[in-house]
Design a binder for this molecule. Structure first.
Ligand SMILES: O=C1CCCN[C@@H]1CCCn1cnc2cc(F)c(Cl)cc2c1=O
Ligand SMILES: [Mg+2]
Length: 485
């Protein structure tokens, strides 16, 4: 039948896999860790792009496209950050039946592809700031459990790579981009996120500091990095000789940032909002916001009903809504209700003989199942109100649920209790790397170790004398901890 066989609160992993397939977002592919992204998910990706791309253009960031392939010499240039990643680099070793002289890597990220050319293009201070972005795919041959959207061997992302004359400019942009990532999650995907700074252990090793927006999946009790905005400092400038002559003729090294969000955003949205009837789409990212379904009854003015459906589609699309009608004659209305509920369409409009007679439509909300009648004369305004109410209430519900998972702790025992109850833990920490490593070692297990997720910019009051939950040393900051993806 049409329904899901797995329940979200019973077996989450199987539920998730079923939803992404039944909602026609994903098709599994014969190469492990790779997935087909069908229109229902690419439609979401396009809507997020259509928000983010104009925003970075306002910041005078330009799009470009660098090659997929990385020559080995260049990849090895960035010693300290790639050595840990080497096993996940995919290589082209042959063309046809002939071995390549030198194997070529496929980009897992594009620093080493782009920065030799940043070095060439940046000579004087007038060449700065250089601000480029690319929308592309990247390949990382990960071995940990693949999950559609969340962890795949190939994924789509945007990667921004910017270079400035001063640290101040770089610092400012890091936070501007992070705010855009917050908006992607909170204003579009209706997913609450926490803005913060990564610890020294969790940050991008090649950079100076890493900021991120952190989401949380209540069902698994795991945090997930939603998007990331790094200040690279002058580390890559040193390595790739990206320097410039300043106004005084002094030779200076550029200050750089890099930042990305990926198709992982879509998976987080599915996990947070989905229910036992399938996907639940926030209206702002729904490629179909309203589905119109005719409910003919015997021969009661069937043509009139179909005409009313067409008129409703016309009125709503002219008002700027993304609306479709499902007039297929080989499916019953009931089948169509389940089908479009599975696909998560925020609002269903039904038109039957009674609706026709009363010059009204009957609507059903996907998020809370509420049903009501709307006079045709008020169609546009009512649909607008309902869709914006759905968007807001989905965010509010997700935020309430996430906040209910947060536990503030002071001691190790409280930490372990909260961890085993799948909570998002806010703890006072001495900010020492050795202590973080120690917590990882002490919480190792098949569920994965606990780690820091971020140190939130929004710091609660830290009373004098508060001690670190793990080391007993004086605490320096409140930090979010938990298991993660
Ligand atoms: O997160 C971002 C934003 C967009 C541009 N890149 C940075 C850092 C990416 C870290 N990272 C992440 N994964 C990697 C995997 C690899 F195989 C290799 Cl060789 C390198 C890396 C790697 O540097
Ligand atoms: Mg990785």
């Amino acid at each position: 039948g049409l329904g899901l066989t797995n329940k979200k609160d019973e077996n989450f992993g199987e539920w998730y896999s079923e939803v992404v397939v039944n909602a026609e977002m994903i098709e599994y592919y014969d190469i492990s860790g790779c997935y087909i992204l069908r229109p229902w998910s690419i439609g979401i990706w396009e809507i997020l792009h259509d928000f983010f791309d104009p925003e970075i253009k306002k910041m005078e960031i330009e799009n470009c496209y660098f090659p997929l392939f990385v020559s080995p010499g260049v990849l090895q240039r960035e010693k300290d950050h790639i050595e840990g990643f080497a096993p996940e680099v995919a290589w082209v070793t042959k063309s046809g039946s002939t071995d390549l002289e030198v194997p070529i890597a496929i980009r897992p990220t594009s620093e080493t592809v782009m920065y030799p050319y940043y070095s060439k293009w940046i000579r004087g201070h007038r060449d700065l700031p250089l601000k480029l972005n690319q929308w592309c795919n990247v390949v990382r041959w990960e071995f940990s459990h693949p999950t559609p959207f969340i962890r795949s061997r190939e994924f789509l992302w945007q990667e921004g790579h910017t270079a400035f004359a001063s640290k101040e400019e770089a610092d400012e942009e890091v936070l501007q981009i992070l705010e855009l990532y917050r908006r992607v999650y909170e204003e579009y995907l209706a997913v609450p996120v926490i803005k913060g700074k990564k610890s020294e252990l969790e940050k991008f090793a090649g950079g100076l500091y890493t900021t991120s927006v952190e989401a949380f999946i209540p069902n698994t009790g795991r945090g997930i990095q939603g998007a990331t905005s790094h200040c690279l400092g002058q580390n890559f400038a040193k390595m790739f000789e990206i320097n410039f002559e300043d106004e005084k003729g002094e030779k200076r090294m550029a200050w750089q940032n890099s930042w990305a969000y990926s198709t992982r955003t879509i998976g987080v949205m599915v996990m947070v909002h989905g229910d036992d009837k399938g996907l639940v789409l926030p209206p702002k990212v729904a490629s179909v916001q309203v589905i119109v379904i005719p409910v003919p009854y015997k021969d009661a003015n069937t043509q009139g009903i179909f005409d009313a459906c067409s008129a409703t589609v016309k009125t709503l699309s002219e008002a700027g809504f993304r609306v479709k009608k499902d007039v297929r004659d080989n499916y019953s209305p009931g089948w169509k209700y389940s089908h479009w509920e599975m696909k998560g369409v925020p609002l269903r409009i039904e038109i039957g003989p009674k609706d026709l007679a009363n010059n009204q439509v009957h609507v059903a909300r996907r998020d809370n199942g509420a049903k009501t009648d709307i006079p045709m004369s008020k169609l546009v305004d009512e649909v607008a109100n309902i869709l914006s109410n759905i968007q807001q209430s989905m965010f509010d519900a997700a935020k309430q649920k996430r906040d209910a998972c947060v536990v503030v702790i002071k001691t190790w025992d409280e930490f372990m209790t909260a961890l085993n109850k799948k909570k998002l833990i806010l703890a006072p920490w001495c900010d020492e790397e050795e202590v973080e490593k120690d917590v990882k070692a002490r919480t190792k297990g098949e569920m994965g170790a606990a780690k820091t997720l971020c140190t939130p910019f929004d710091q609660p009051e830290l009373p004098e004398g508060t001690l670190c939950f793990a080391s007993g040393k004086p605490a320096k900051k409140w930090t979010y901890w938990g298991r993660s993806y």
